[in-house]
Structure formats: structure tokens, C-alpha cells
Ligand binder design. Structure first.
Ligand SMILES: [Fe+2]
Ligand SMILES: [Fe+2]
Length: 481
């Protein structure tokens, strides 16, 4: 079969020749009903019978891989798609640097590999669960469609990880695949594996922040797994990254449109002081300081996903050739980090200091630094909206020590500039840095659904261009199908 094109003749669309891989096909078909049950129970609340203008992958050719059409979400063709195999690919880093990439799981790294695949897999359904109530308050049909696109693709990413587990990890792989459907975001007894994926996504500003920051953590993780010496994992992640770009687009443009609408409303009303919160809110838009607080929250939660700055697990995964660095093949060094060091921010006697540590143990820190750089690009673009509106206010990323629960700074309280502060000070100032109950109530009050084609809620500007170049009044979701 042609690897570029996806076989849609089978129940599970794929480009991995499933029809000739009876055992795996059977395992996946056995898993499928449980997945559909999960989707019905924990996927989008409502709209399951609506026709949604969604893209589906029909190829893995980067020049054109998606087809748009109206689909009912439960009928979405979740498939198994791997990027084409690169001929003569070698392991691009670690102790086995330069050796042929593995097509089977290397026995000595089996447990580590399985764990990384399970952790990645767990985040995919988690975000669908976190976002399941948002359909009810979508600010437009355009946004509703984008939410559902992200949701079905996270569902597909779960399939991608389950395929690897079932194909390469035998019985324990099948057990892990079942567990992925059993854990639930925020559940007291069986929560999702990572903290940020157990937090609520109560409103659309949170959704945009989540897709901007937390999906971007996903991007960084997928990039480092795309470097993996285990070739099927690398190929899986490479194709997932193609889809992931849209999720971050939704976040970046979403926040940009919120900022723009606030600026416009302030201008129309002649308000020049962004901190005049009551006046701004009276216009039915979200004031800029509250947007900044939401940013503080989601950014700090996302930083926790990178784990401890100094980590032997990360070093082991790199040495083993399992998980590389962001853009590993473009880095000009020995790809083994034999004598290299890397600067890490650490806590020493209550103060934050920079310290050189062996680069091998600082891989989480390095990936987090790459994330911060990547995340900053969008902040710069949001600030251009503010600049064009003639406002002095600027959004910014807080210091990495702010509001952390994992790593070096979990032990202290620090303000958004990274200045350590006492517990009492933190409690007293908390609501100036993170969304207060009152802020959340206000945002919640704005979350009224808009279902008229071309209509938008008061607090968000329309997008500059439609999905698939559709006109502004396009009916992205036919709610009454
Ligand atoms: Fe994903
Ligand atoms: Fe995503």
C-alpha cells in the first residue's frame, strides 16, 4: 500500500497495513467499543448529533493531508497514521548514536519506553475531558467547530499511542490501553497522570490559554519523542505534530481576538486606563489585567509539565536513545553530551541562582527553556494588538519560579518577577497575580452561547479568516442535524 494515503476501507483507517496485521487489528477492534463509550461519556457534552465541519486526515503528505466535511463527531474516522518511514534513519543521539533506528522495542529499554508512551497517551483523552462542557458556552459556531476539531484530534492522538502499546508491548500494552480509558481528569480515585491535566477548564479564556500553553508543552514533548531511536514512535509523533499546530493556532488567535475586542471596546468608550476594571467590564469585555492573571495561571501549570529541572530519568531516556532534545538533529554538538554543561536556575538558601550542571541531567530544563522561547513569540504578537490600539499595557510571561508545584521552586512562594515572598504575603497578594473567585465569576457571566452563523459574543472579535477559507457567516456547526 501507499504509505502516503490512508486506507479507509477498514473500520480503523490506517496507513500501517492493519488488514495484514491480524493480531493488532483484533486488539484494536476489541478496544474500539470502550473508546466509543468513553467518547460518549466523557467527550463533548451535547452536540454529538450535530454536523460539524471537521478536517480528517486522508494522507500523511505534508503538502496536503486533510479533507474538510460535515461529520457527526461519534462518526469521526479516528485512525492510525504514521509519517512515512525515513530510509536508513539512524538513532540521532545518546549512547547508540549513529546506529540504525529500532523497528522493534529494544528489550533493555522496554519499561522506560512504555512509560513515556503511556504518559503522553494519558494527556490526550484528559484534555477532551477537561473541555467537555465548553460547547455549551461557545462564543460562535467558528469557535465551537475549533473546539470540536481539537477534541477529535486529541482522541486520535490517544489512538496513536494505543496502537503503539498494542502493537509493540503485548499484554501489558493492552492493559495500559484499557487504563487510558479508565482514568478520568480530576477524579479523586483515578486521576490523570499529570497535574495540569486534572485542572478545570471552566471557560473559553481558559480554553485558549490551555491550547496556547498546555498544547505547546505537548508540542515540545512530541518533538523530543519524534527524535526517538524507536522509529514507530518517532513516525507517530511526527504526524501528530502536524495536527497539533492547529491546536496552538486556536489558542494564539483566540487570545489575540479577546485582546483585540477589549481594545476596541475601550477605545469606543474612551477608556484609556486598562486598570479601570469595573468600567471595562461594564462593556461586556474581559479587562486586560484579568487576561494577564489567566496567563499567569496557565503558564505556570504548563511549566510544571516539564518535570524537575535536574532529572536522572531525563538523562536515562536520552542516553538510551528514547527521548531526544527539541530539534536534536539541528543541534551542532556530539549528541551525547559527554562533557557538556547547561545553566539551570536553582534554589540556594532561599535565593534563585544560576548554576552549571551536567547537560545530561538538565534536559528537562533545556526543553522548558525552548518552550519559554516558543511561548514568548505569541506574547509578542498579542502585544502588537495592544500597541496598535495605542495602549501602554503589555502582556508578559511571569518568572518561571512563580506558582510552581513541581521542581526547584515548588518549595517557595515567589511573585511574578521571581522574588521570593513569605506565605502570608503570598496569601495577601494572591488575587493580584492569579484569577480570583470574583474574576472567574465575571468571566463566567460572559460565557453565553452564540449560535447564529457569523455571530460572535461581546467579548471576542471575529477571526481574520475562516477555517478552510470559508466566509464569515459560514455555518461551521449545524446544531440541529
Ligand atoms: Fe494531542
Ligand atoms: Fe493538542
Amino acid at each position: 500500500m501507499n504509505i502516503m494515503n490512508v486506507d479507509y476501507s477498514t473500520k480503523i483507517p490506517n496507513n500501517v497495513n492493519l488488514s495484514e496485521d491480524r493480531q493488532v487489528l483484533k486488539a484494536l477492534e476489541g478496544w474500539h467499543p470502550g473508546y466509543i463509550d468513553w467518547w460518549n461519556d466523557m467527550g463533548p457534552d451535547g452536540f454529538q448529533q450535530s454536523l460539524v465541519y471537521l478536517r480528517t486526515a486522508y494522507s500523511v503528505d505534508p503538502r496536503g493531508w486533510a479533507k474538510f466535511d460535515y461529520v457527526k463527531m461519534p462518526d469521526y474516522r479516528w485512525g492510525i497514521l504514521l509519517a512515512p518511514q525515513e530510509e536508513n534513519r539512524v538513532i540521532p543521539f545518546g549512547e547508540n548514536y549513529g546506529e540504525p533506528a529500532w523497528q522493534e522495542v529494544p528489550g533493555e529499554h522496554r519499561a522506560m519506553l512504555r512509560r513515556l508512551i503511556v504518559i503522553q497517551g494519558d494527556t490526550e483523552p484528559a484534555s477532551v475531558e477537561q473541555q467537555r462542557h465548553l460547547g455549551k458556552t461557545a462564543p460562535s459556531l467558528y469557535d465551537l467547530r475549533n473546539l470540536f476539531q481539537v477534541n477529535v484530534e486529541e482522541g486520535r492522538h490517544l489512538w496513536a499511542m494505543v496502537y503503539l502499546l498494542q502493537k509493540y508491548f503485548g499484554r501489558d500494552g493492552r492493559e495500559e490501553a484499557d487504563e487510558l480509558l479508565r482514568r478520568r481528569s480530576g477524579d479523586a480515585d483515578s486521576p490523570r497522570m499529570l497535574g495540569a491535566f486534572n485542572e478545570a477548564t471552566p471557560d473559553w479564556l481558559s480554553f485558549f490559554m490551555f491550547t496556547y500553553f498546555t498544547d505547546r508543552d505537548g508540542k515540545m514533548q512530541l518533538h523530543s519523542l519524534a527524535q526517538s531511536g524507536f522509529d514507530p514512535l518517532s513516525r507517530t509523533c511526527r504526524f501528530m505534530l502536524t495536527e497539533e499546530a492547529h491546536h496552538m493556532f486556536v489558542g494564539e488567535t483566540g487570545i489575540s481576538r479577546v485582546v483585540q475586542r477589549t481594545c476596541e471596546a475601550m477605545k469606543e468608550a474612551g477608556i484609556t486606563d486598562p486598570t479601570d476594571i469595573a468600567k471595562v467590564r461594564a462593556l461586556g469585555v474581559i479587562d486586560l489585567p484579568t487576561i494577564q492573571k489567566k496567563l499567569h495561571l496557565h503558564y505556570s501549570l504548563s511549566l510544571d509539565l516539564f518535570g524537575s529541572e535536574v532529572s536522572t530519568n531525563a538523562a536515562n531516556a536520552f542516553n538510551a536513545g528514547i527521548k531526544g532534545r527539541y530539534k536534536e538533529t539541528q543541534i551542532d554538538d556530539d549528541h551525547q553530551l559527554k562533557n557538556a554543561t547547561y545553566p539551570v536556575l536553582r534554589l540556594k538558601d532561599g535565593a534563585i541562582v544560576q548554576e552549571e550542571v551536567p547537560a545530561l541531567s538538565a534536559l528537562n530544563m533545556r526543553l522548558r527553556d525552548d518552550f519559554v522561547g516558543d511561548a514568548n513569540a505569541g506574547v509578542t504578537r498579542w502585544n502588537r494588538v495592544l500597541e496598535r490600539a495605542g495602549l501602554q499595557f503589555r502582556l508578559r510571561l511571569p518568572h518561571v519560579a512563580f506558582n510552581r508545584r513541581i521542581g526547584e521552586f515548588a518549595a517557595i512562594r515567589a511573585d511574578t518577577d521571581g522574588r521570593p515572598m513569605s506565605g502570608e504575603r503570598w496569601q495577601a497578594d494572591r488575587e493580584t497575580m492569579l484569577p480570583s473567585a470574583d474574576d472567574n465569576r465575571f468571566i463566567q457571566s460572559l460565557m453565553q452561547p452564540v449560535h447564529a452563523p457569523g455571530g460572535f459574543a461581546s467579548w471576542i472579535a471575529p477571526p481574520r479568516i475562516g477555517i478552510d477559507n470559508k466566509p464569515g457567516d459560514f455555518e461551521y456547526v449545524k446544531i440541529e442535524a
